[in-house]
Design a protein around this ligand. Structure first.
Ligand code: NAD
Length: 386
């Protein structure tokens, strides 16, 4: 069986689904490795490095014609979907819950679609495959570096002959994988770090990394299913925002990472809160997307400076901005999933296996993952019968 690694086409997507160091592992599992010419260019991995490690570098057409399983990072665009053929499988971060239509098109083409973002993350045997965590980790790290570069002062306490620089006060909102990495990175840069999350268990995690945990008087434990948070009620949300405003006003840097699965990210930093911040403060909204973000004024993919001198950065696809490091982790996650799915050089798809059942979105001409299938059902007519 042949696995084929494609060159990503999405704008600014510089990651790649395979790094040369893992080619030997694929071969040891009985798989032949094809690499589309230029696949590693965004991460500065030359074709020659893949070839030297034992892969066959091929042009685009040959890749799609010969590969049994196509490995990729982001979901395929319309042209790439059209290049896939019946019986072929594609594995990547296909985001079927955001874009169920692509899953349906793949199913209609007879392509098996397997999505790393559908992995059951709390399963300990799936941890090495957890691409959402590995990429959130990269994002949390990079968000702090971006904030430090945008901040016109020092992060650490610095005593020099020319005077003393006070350490930056950094607030991390949302203490999941990205938030924990952001706390660790900001601490390593010498900042004074505070953090806040609606899941109770995060207090100890934040404190173990040297951050002070903000306890709100209005706090509720909003731990949801699978280690995620549940959405707050409008009343809980208002109380949270009102209380957070006071803390935000005293901060030099705020990094927001809060997400609720399947929902618009919660609003944590209002326009009023930004107006109360000091000139020169910096906010990085990691949750910002076309759906909105954690910061009322953030604009996805843009950096703005408010009238009162606060820089609000809403970076797009942070992991892709650190392509070699992010690809190394992602490629390992991908290899572990492929290794788990492949048996005797074939892809039998044993749906009684928890990881297989969760990650296979489409196969045999149909969308098989329930959550994606539900999204594809026609909406009931407005005001229709109860
Ligand atoms: P996520 O990206 O869904 O959300 C980021 C954080 O935002 C979460 O910590 C969430 O609680 C927080 N949040 C949501 N609404 C908020 C609000 N209104 N105010 C403040 N914070 C809010 O989360 P994630 O990083 O993907 O992971 C969530 C959890 O799952 C983490 O605890 C992580 O450790 C856990 N996890 C466990 C495993 C495992 O058990 N193997 C694997 C991966 C993740």
């Amino acid at each position: 069986m042949k696995v084929g690694v494609v060159r990503e086409r999405a704008p600014a997507e510089r990651r790649v689904a395979l790094v040369p160091e893992l080619i030997g592992k694929y071969q040891a599992a009985g798989l032949e490795v094809l690499v589309e010419a230029g696949a590693g260019a965004g991460a500065l991995i030359p074709d020659s490095a893949y070839a030297a490690a034992g892969a066959t570098v091929v042009p685009t057409e040959a890749l799609y014609a010969q590969a049994d399983v196509v490995l990729r990072v982001a979901k395929p665009d319309a042209d790439e979907v059209a290049s896939l053929r019946p019986g072929q499988a594609v594995i990547g971060l296909l985001t079927p819950l955001i874009d169920p239509a692509t899953a349906k098109t793949l199913a209609d083409r007879g392509v098996t679609a397997i999505s790393l973002d559908a992995l059951p993350r709390t399963l300990s045997s799936a941890q090495t495959m957890d691409a959402l965590s590995s990429q959130a980790n990269v994002g949390g790290y990079k968000a702090v570096l971006i904030a430090a570069v945008a901040y016109g002062r020092y992060f650490p306490l610095l005593t020099t002959a020319a005077g003393t620089a006070k350490p930056a006060n950094v607030l991390i909102l949302g203490i999941g994988v990205a938030g924990l990495q952001a706390i660790g990175t900001a601490r390593r840069l010498g900042a004074i770090v505070k953090a806040y999350d609606v899941r109770k268990e995060t207090k100890e995690q934040a404190e173990s990394l040297g951050a002070g945990f903000i306890v709100l008087k209005s706090a509720v434990d909003a731990t949801g299913e699978g280690g995620y948070a549940r959405a707050l009620t409008p009343e809980e949300q208002k109380a949270q925002v009102d209380e957070l405003n006071g803390h935000i006003a005293t901060m030099d840097v705020v990094i927001t990472t809060a997400q609720v699965p399947g929902r618009r990210p919660p609003l944590l930093v209002t326009a009023d809160a930004v107006r109360a911040m000091k000139s020169g403060s910096v906010i990085v909204d990691m949750a910002a997307s076309a759906l909105g973000g954690n910061v009322e004024l953030s604009q996805a993919g843009e950096t703005i400076v408010t009238e009162n001198g606060v820089t609000i950065i809403a970076p797009d696809n942070l992991p892709a901005s650190m392509p070699a490091g992010a690809s190394a982790f992602y490629a390992r996650n991908m290899y572990e999933l492929v290794h788990h799915l492949v048996k005797d050089g074939a892809l039998p798809l044993d749906m009684s296996d928890e990881i297989t059942a969760a990650t296979v979105i489409a196969t045999g001409g149909a969308v098989v993952q329930e959550a994606t299938r539900k999204l594809l059902e026609p909406a009931p007519p407005a005001g229709g019968a109860a």
